[in-house]
Write a protein that binds this ligand. Structure first.
Ligand code: COA
Length: 153
């Protein structure tokens, strides 16, 4: 299993996986292209094995505070620590990019993601009431202080 940067050649596989995982909230392929075009401000990674992409995630390097843009694990690969692996990789890259903290946003009804974040040391700092429509689901803003890391360059 390898963790590596996402490339444009990954986009057809990612578009399919993203649609399977996020349904109506999935990013259109144009959004993926736009996100990759924003490198190095944006940084996306994938986890793959010989069968293809198992998990992916991405980051916005915003200076002091980085934002986790997305994180997802293929349904067949869940519960094996890949979510934790991707999140730790994003935290490491955020820190290497100079951030001292990171933020993310999660639906309040996403138990799996909340468990992953809480067990990885993230804490809720804000609630956006009824942010997700339809459904009146709150958005939880979570934060984590990152350990200082030497810049990779
Ligand atoms: C959220 C998600 C990324 C978790 O990925 P995963 O690879 O299954 O998670 P991990 O195996 O790394 O688990 C990390 C921790 O979270 C816990 N966890 C994961 N899924 C859980 C669930 N459904 N219920 C309760 N706890 C869960 C695990 O028990 C683990 O803790 P432990 O090591 O103490 O047991 C995955 O469910 C997913 O892709 N969901 C759909 C996309 C999504 O919602 N992304 C987040 C958007 S904010």
């Amino acid at each position: 299993m390898t963790v590596r940067e996402m490339h444009s050649r990954d986009l057809p596989a990612l578009e399919t996986l993203d649609a399977e995982l996020f349904g109506a909230d999935a990013w259109p392929v144009a959004t993926w292209w736009a996100e990759l075009a924003e490198r190095p401000r944006r940084e996306y990674v994938v986890v793959e094995d010989e069968g293809g992409i198992l998990a992916y995630g991405g980051l916005d390097h915003g200076g002091e505070t980085a934002d986790v843009m997305t994180i997802a694990v293929a349904p067949t690969a869940r519960g094996r620590g890949l979510g934790r692996t991707v999140l730790a990789e994003l935290e490491r890259r955020a820190s290497a990019g100079g951030a001292s903290g990171a933020l993310l946003e999660v639906r309040a009804d996403n138990a799996a993601a909340l468990a992953l974040y809480e067990k990885s040391g993230w804490r809720q700092v804000h609630v956006r009431r009824r942010y997700y429509q339809p459904g009146d689901v709150d958005a939880l803003i979570m934060a984590k202080t990152l350990a200082a890391e030497e810049h990779s360059s």
